[in-house]
Design a protein around this ligand. Structure first.
Ligand SMILES: Cc1ncc(COP(=O)(O)O)c(C=O)c1O
Length: 221
């Protein structure tokens, strides 16, 4: 927080982005943190604060959406790419004060959202209960990955997203390759020492856990 407040005062940015839950760490911030950043941004100048909630449906915490009430410089953005499993749709949305929404309407491109995208999104929304039901299964699997990775002996970042950051590896690329050699593709996001695994089906997660269990045994040898 101290570093963020200092950076805001120094750079006086037009927009401050807060990603919660964050990618690739998976960590979420609480309402007090966002409110403090909002105050810092307001004190520094005419800055907007955008809370990116792309992964919020997977979070243990409540959405920060209610914070927009009475705060015209706060925006919350979401996407259908994650919880709805519809990254190919290219459909995101935001909630903000009506004046902000009107201003966005002025600068958006004409026909930026195809009729097919809109129809598909509406169909997805009709099946919200089913689609978000899969999210509940994924959350349980994500929590299982966190617990089992810790039991194996890895360091794990607390996760509110549909992926888990784990480590720490003296050679991140070698660890990534060793897991791939066992048939499991994880992500090297360029954070030294850490890899990121996306929660999958129980069978996929078991295959991943078997791979990293073997890797740990190899490293201990
Ligand atoms: C934190 C975060 N925000 C937003 C997005 C954007 O999602 P999309 O462009 O698919 O809507 C992503 C995608 O990876 C993300 O990780």
């Amino acid at each position: 927080m101290a570093a963020a407040e200092k950076a805001i005062a120094e750079h006086r940015p037009d927009v401050v982005f807060v990603t919660s839950p964050n990618n690739p760490t998976g960590t979420a911030v609480d309402a007090d943190t966002v409110l403090a950043l909002y105050e810092a941004a307001r004190a520094a100048g005419p800055s907007m604060v955008v809370v990116d909630e792309a992964y919020v449906e997977f979070s243990h915490r409540d959405s920060l959406l209610p914070l927009i009430e009475g705060r015209p410089h706060l925006v919350v953005s979401r996407t259908m790419s994650k919880a709805f499993g519809a990254a190919g749709l290219r459909l995101g949305y935001l909630a903000a004060h009506p004046a902000v929404v009107d201003a966005v309407q002025l600068v958006r491109l004409p026909y930026h959202l195809s009729a097919v995208t809109q129809a598909t999104a509406l169909a997805a929304l009709e099946h919200t209960d089913t689609l978000l039901g899969y999210v509940e299964q994924l959350k349980a699997e994500r929590d299982r990955l966190v617990a089992e990775l810790r039991a194996i002996g890895y360091e794990v970042t607390e996760s509110d997203a549909n992926f888990v950051q784990f480590g720490k590896f003296p050679d991140t690329h070698a660890a990534w390759q060793a897991i791939l050699d066992r048939g499991v593709l994880v992500r090297d996001n360029g954070v030294p020492g850490w890899l990121r695994v996306t929660a999958g089906t129980p069978e996929e997660n078991d295959a991943f856990l078997d791979a990293v269990r073997e890797l740990m045994k190899e490293q201990e040898r």
